[in-house]
Design a protein around this ligand. Structure first.
Ligand SMILES: [Zn+2]
Length: 231
């Protein structure tokens, strides 16, 4: 998973506790009321020198928790090792690449409807977002983050994506795009991104550890959100 994200990972110490909850009752008691609409949550606590604890809470009364929720949350825990301040779009967007293909397609649908309705953020605003948006903007935020990350992965692979996510914070979006991708500015990236939304390149990347897709599966809107950074 770390390799797919573009970096090398040493063994975790402390280990990551994965808590399987048999029902929503103990899950909500652990993650809090804000987690009521989620199925999984990751929490990394830091000390001065490094990471004090890693924990993932997962509802195991959901059919696909091993292949859907767990990989997504593991990605958040992993990325916390890479950088304590990865921008939200990159942290969430990369984790979403490990969602099942059918969930990724739902995010893509959310993205397209948010672009049509005008709820999608301007690209530069997304890249510099510091807090999760209000709940009504989650579909746009998740859909857009997944899509922009996919576009950048296609432009330069995972190592460059992580370099960009860090460099944009110190040097600004435009300078980081010029240096790493040879793009003029955020507007130029927006052009490439919109191009990537046309045709087959909008197909989700196969990073997910997915079982075969069952086309009949129906997922409730909002069932794929987590609280990686909200706790
Ligand atoms: Zn997440």
């Amino acid at each position: 998973m770390a390799t797919k994200c573009g970096f090398n990972q040493a063994a975790w110490n402390p280990r990551c506790h994965v808590v399987l909850h048999a029902s929503s009752t103990t899950y909500e008691a652990t993650v809090g009321a804000a987690g009521r609409t989620t199925f999984a949550s990751a929490l990394v606590k830091r000390t001065h020198g490094g990471i004090a604890s890693r924990q993932i809470d997962v509802r195991s009364d959901v059919d696909d928790f091993l292949t859907a929720a767990l990989p997504h949350e593991l990605c958040h825990v992993l990325l916390a090792d890479y950088s304590p301040e990865l921008p939200l779009w990159c942290d969430e967007g990369l984790a979403l690449q490990f969602d099942s293909i059918e969930k990724q397609q739902l995010h893509d649908r959310d993205l397209r409807s948010s672009l049509l309705s005008g709820r999608a953020l301007p690209l530069e605003s997304l890249l510099t977002l510091r807090q999760y948006p209000a709940a009504e903007d989650w579909p746009a935020f998740y859909g857009q983050s997944a899509s922009v990350v996919r576009c950048l992965l296609q432009l330069g692979g995972p190592e460059k994506l992580l370099q960009f996510a860090e460099l944009q914070q110190s040097r600004g979006v435009d300078a980081a795009l010029r240096e790493l991708y040879g793009l003029r500015n955020a507007g130029h990236l927006a052009e490439s991104w919109h191009d990537s939304l046309r045709g087959s390149s909008a197909t989700p990347l196969q990073l997910a550890f997915s079982p075969p897709i069952s086309p009949q599966a129906e997922l409730e809107p909002g069932s794929f959100f987590d609280l990686a950074k909200a706790r």
